[in-house]
Design a protein around this ligand. Structure first.
Ligand SMILES: NC(=O)c1ccc[n+]([C@@H]2O[C@H](COP(=O)([O-])OP(=O)(O)OC[C@H]3O[C@@H](n4cnc5c(N)ncnc54)[C@H](O)[C@@H]3O)[C@@H](O)[C@H]2O)c1
Length: 339
């Protein structure tokens, strides 16, 4: 029998999860949203027979909980709903990013899922997307010589909204935890598309691992177009336009590989190709598949590691942009207004 699934939160992303569930071949039995309009839009977009459609979260869990649940509400309710699902006996829980709105909430979600034996995954799709897998494969070769820096220049995508994805991508690519963050916030806070109760910040960040690998992000709120990522390495560079999939690579010819880094203009092999641009449905289906098969799943700890640098960024930006170390003084209890 197909595993049965419920989705809580059928706004824009929740509706994409319906397509992911169909792609993985699971049985969607119930959708829930506190907003009747979201339920109506979903009903009109998808003709789903025998589906329980409800405004009440209680209906999702009682009398019998689903085997799997996807929580695609805004971040303020992620912790409460994940803990409720684990306590009700749901086995597999996929929660949207940002995982939660405080580090304390992340810890509570992980601890509650462990206590009730529920498997928790966070929908950071990076490790299943060509735009990270392909550069990872190239950068790890002797020809490139290993990733040294990742630079994201983008429109105003928000540190919590998309910045969290880049922290996860960087950790995945380097296999190293971020040790220190320095941040500068843009002065203006723009209205949040998910409602006036939410707020995210744009600006500039420098994050460093203990081995000196660097992540730079310029997602300032005076920038309004595009997303490009540049990967630096000992012997080459890769640039990816994440919205179109255009990838440009340049790497030293073999015979020049061992010359000093000061010889940055050596003859090189250059290429320009197209890879898959961002696709949330396929990649979310991969995260769901990984969760239920327990293979390469994006764990609660992975989700937490994408939140900690954002907390550090706030502490840095609000203290005159001093570097903030992640292992010591992060405020676990502060609750942020992220969506
Ligand atoms: N992984 C990704 O690629 C990706 C992409 C987009 C959005 N997201 C994340 O998905 C989440 C949802 O984003 P969205 O764009 O769909 O937002 P949205 O505002 O379009 O939808 C959120 C829905 O959740 C419902 N909701 C909120 N609180 C609820 C509660 N307590 N119980 C039941 N329903 C509740 C709202 O009524 C709304 O219909 C956010 O956390 C966002 O960051 C992830």
């Amino acid at each position: 029998m197909k595993m049965n699934v419920a989705i809580i939160g059928v706004g824009r992303m929740g509706r994409r999860h319906i397509q992911s569930v169909q792609k993985v071949g699971l049985s969607l039995n119930c959708i829930c949203d506190v907003n009747e309009e979201s339920l109506l839009i979903t009903k009109n977009e998808f003709l789903l027979p025998d589906l329980v459609i409800t405004c009440s979260v209680e209906d999702v869990f009682y009398p019998s909980p689903p085997e799997c649940i996807i929580i695609a509400t805004t971040a303020d309710s992620h912790c409460k709903l994940v803990c409720q699902a684990a306590e009700a006996g749901v086995q597999y829980i996929l929660v949207e990013k940002p995982m939660a709105v405080s580090l304390e909430q992340c810890d509570r979600m992980i601890e509650t899922c462990n206590r009730y034996g529920a498997k928790l995954a966070v929908n950071h799709q990076m490790r299943f997307m060509e735009q990270y897998e392909i550069p990872k494969g190239l950068l790890d070769t002797d020809a490139y010589g290993g990733l040294t820096s990742m630079t994201v220049v983008a429109g105003n995508v928000g540190f919590a909204m998309n910045g969290a994805h880049y922290f996860e991508a960087f950790r995945y690519l380097t296999k190293e935890a971020i040790e220190e963050v320095t941040a500068w916030f843009s002065p203006e806070v723009v209205p949040n598309p998910r409602g006036s109760q939410f707020e995210d910040r744009g600006g500039t960040i420098r994050a460093v691992t203990s081995n000196g690998k660097r992540l730079y992000m310029d997602i300032s709120s005076d920038q309004g177009h595009g997303i490009r990522v540049i990967y630096g390495s000992r012997n080459g560079m890769i640039t990816i336009n994440q919205l179109t999939g255009e990838m440009v690579t340049t790497v030293r010819e073999d015979q020049y590989r061992n010359l000093p880094t000061t010889r940055y203009g050596m003859p090189a092999v250059n290429s320009q190709t197209n890879i898959h641009p961002t696709d949330v449905i396929d990649s979310s289906a991969s995260v769901l598949q990984a969760l239920i098969s327990d293979l390469n799943s994006v764990s609660g700890q992975d989700g937490r590691q994408a939140i900690a640098p954002i907390v550090a960024a706030y502490q840095s930006a609000e203290s005159g942009s001093i570097p903030v170390r992640l292992n010591s003084t992060l405020d676990r209890s502060r609750v942020f207004p992220w969506a």
